[in-house]
Ligand binder design. Sequence first.
Ligand SMILES: Cc1ncc(COP(=O)(O)O)c(C=O)c1O
Length: 478
Amino acid sequence: MSGKLSIPPAEIRAIASAAVEFLASYFETLAERPVVVPATSQSIRQALDEPLPQDGADFQALLDTLRDVISRYSRHNSHPRFFGYVSSPGTPITAVGTMLASALNINVTCWRSAPSGTELEHLTINWLKEMLGYPAAAAGLLTSGGSMANFAALAAARSAKAPANVVRDGVAAAGTRMCVYVSEEGHFSVAKAAGMLGLGEANVRSVKTGDRLQISLADLDRLVQQDLAAGHLPFCVVANAGTTATGAFDPIGDLADFSRRHNLWLHVDAAYGGFAALAPSARHLFARIGEADSVTLDPHKWLYLPIGCGCVLYRDPAAARAAFSHGAEYTRTIGLERDEAFAFWDYGPELSRPFRALDLWLLVKYAGARQLGEAIEQNIACAKYFEQLVRSSADFEMLAAVELSIFCFRYAPPGFQGDLDALNERILVALQRGGSTYLSNARVHGHFALRGCVLNYRTTLRDMEIVLDDVRRAASSL
Ligand SMILES: Cc1ncc(COP(=O)(O)O)c(C=O)c1O
């Protein structure tokens, strides 16, 4: 038996204690670190590169590399002023949870393979439905993320609305183009899913948006009529419950009415905005979410879970089974009662699945939904406060109103005659290199925007003031 694969309990304890010490001091010093340390691919590769190690190393040496190279040259997404993309900070409790889940190494394929893991996933999915106000009878499963959830939802929509059995016979059996509608602000994973499902990216219609970057119902209607007249089959509309660029929220109720009139599947991409349902100020936006046929949620965004936990909900469980159920002999569950015969592979594309529900369960149980809701509300308050700061500053302008926790703005000093897009692009690079605040970018109404998304329970109003100072400093450094 190799001594490094099966190690004695005392050594497990020593290794785990050192790792936990690392973890605790990582969180302790997080806010003092630069969000990112400028580096090159070559310098990082040089620090790590070596031939295949034949003999084992000391754990302490590996931890040193983790600290001095891997952690040092990471972009610290948990930093209170990391506002890039739509990025969760993770939590200490789930950092520990991930370690425990790995120890149990449960493969959550089905009840037989993971009796408690399956029950825990059912339970946590029920909690997610409750948070959102989605029907209790809906089915759902945890996915690797929002892209996979959008893919799974579109697969269910495709088989539910196709005039033939496209799962068995392929999309050509539909005999016509099957069209999906999503606003021009929708996430690219929708088009990608359509490509992978054989629907074709070109059959994803990009619907115009209005002033607040919400889907235009008039343009949606125009596109659907155009496709009908051409003999195509409109089958699905995707509503954005918080767009990636600005957090724009499409009117779910109006889209539900429209979908019903045209026999469309209504999918809501709530990967970013879904957990705003826990914040009293945003709750009203979800009033009619229960009418959606499917919903994408991303606990690894605004529920603060570490990366690797998305979720898809299907209002009609049978529609998901029609898309995914597969009767291979080696997966057949024999001699089990109904609940115990449950298999996640009947509801999504994966067979082997990690124990995603453990972190979700740990966080919700440990923190409680109330505290999570308060943190989400605080994130919204930070973004709104930032909007106020920008609107009262002569040298900045907002490019979109804050809808949830995303802010898009630019530096526009009075009297500046040059190219504001180019100026702000350069500011962004300088800002990111500076290490105090990290923003990403977006294009809003045709303009280059500095974009931030408050998605961290550590972020305070004071941090939002620092953002403006940092941007001014970056601008003056040019
Ligand atoms: C609105 C929206 N949908 C889908 C996704 C894709 O999610 P993931 O990165 O978890 O695949 C994102 C990611 O930012 C998103 O903002």
